[in-house]
Design a protein around this ligand. Structure first.
Ligand code: ADP
Ligand code: ADP
Length: 234
């Protein structure tokens, strides 16, 4: 079963003269453990599609199934699904610089596991941080870390709830090549835990390492290809 299945998704922003048809009738599935790259020029609708599939934006029309079930419409249910099943990674990292690595990584747990104790929360943070190779930095302030290390903190935070889907919008755009490569390797390694990855990127080097590449153009899907060796080539 697909983790996500979208059929005929459309999204319109604004009304009247300000109306923008950002997505028209997009259909796309993401398999369990599959990494899908979305490519295309600025303004073609990549972020909009990520936000619809990631339940951070309501669809205008069309159908979206999450693990075979229609995506909920009530905000409370959507928030629960977002927090429990999805992890998000942004270009700007969205790390709180003045906080420790541990404090940054435990943020999602405050929503999903408000009742677990401080020790358990720290323990989960420690495991997530170790899985990205930053065990030594747990108690450091984020401001003391390099750009690549901060992005790894962001990955640890996306992982702390063991998500089924990681959504990444241009995760390497602000990084140098070597760091970008390392971050992509980490991101794709989440497949081994059964997570699916959906990544919007301008970088063909990122796309070629994903299992499937979907090219977008002007609010629609333009082309699609499978990278047969992506999984073994990483
Ligand atoms: P991409 O991520 O590929 O750059 P976006 O999904 O951000 O594309 O944008 C798709 C289209 O929707 C663009 O024309 C953009 O200007 C428009 N758009 C995006 N967000 C909004 C918004 N909040 N309000 C109005 N128009 C928007
Ligand atoms: P050079 O330009 O010195 O040959 P690069 O660093 O551009 O080396 O690329 C070396 C290899 O690393 C390429 O095969 C490319 O696929 C991979 N690579 C480089 N940058 C990235 C990136 N941002 N994401 C994924 N893979 C990358």
């Amino acid at each position: 079963m697909a983790l996500l299945r979208a059929s005929g998704l459309s999204k319109t922003y604004g009304q009247g003269r300000l109306r923008v048809e950002a997505l028209r009738e997009v259909s796309l599935s993401v398999g369990v453990g599959e990494a899908v790259a979305l490519m295309g020029p600025s303004g073609c609708g990549k972020s909009t599609l990520l936000n619809l599939l990631g339940l951070t934006l309501p669809v205008t029309s069309g159908e979206l199934l999450v693990r075979g079930e229609p995506a909920p419409t009530r905000e409370r249910d959507r928030a629960r699904l977002r927090n429990e099943f999805f992890g998000y990674l942004h270009q700007e990292f969205a790390i709180v610089e003045s906080d420790t690595v541990a404090a940054n990584v435990t943020i999602p747990l405050e929503y999903t596991r408000p009742r677990i104790g401080r020790r358990q929360r720290l323990e989960r943070a420690r495991r997530a941080v170790e899985s990205v190779g930053l065990g030594w930095a747990l108690r450091r302030r984020a401001a003391e870390l390099s750009g690549g290390e901060r992005q790894r903190v962001a990955i640890a935070r996306a992982l702390v709830n063991e998500p089924h889907l990681v959504i990444a919008d241009e995760p390497t755009a602000a990084l140098d090549l070597a760091t970008a490569r390392e971050i992509v390797t980490l991101l794709l390694s989440m497949r081994q835990r059964g997570a699916s990855i959906l990544v919007a990127t301008h970088d063909p080097r990122v796309a070629e390492r994903c299992d499937r590449v979907v090219a977008m153009s002007d609010g629609g899907l333009a082309a699609e290809r499978t990278n047969p060796h992506a999984a073994t080539g990483n």
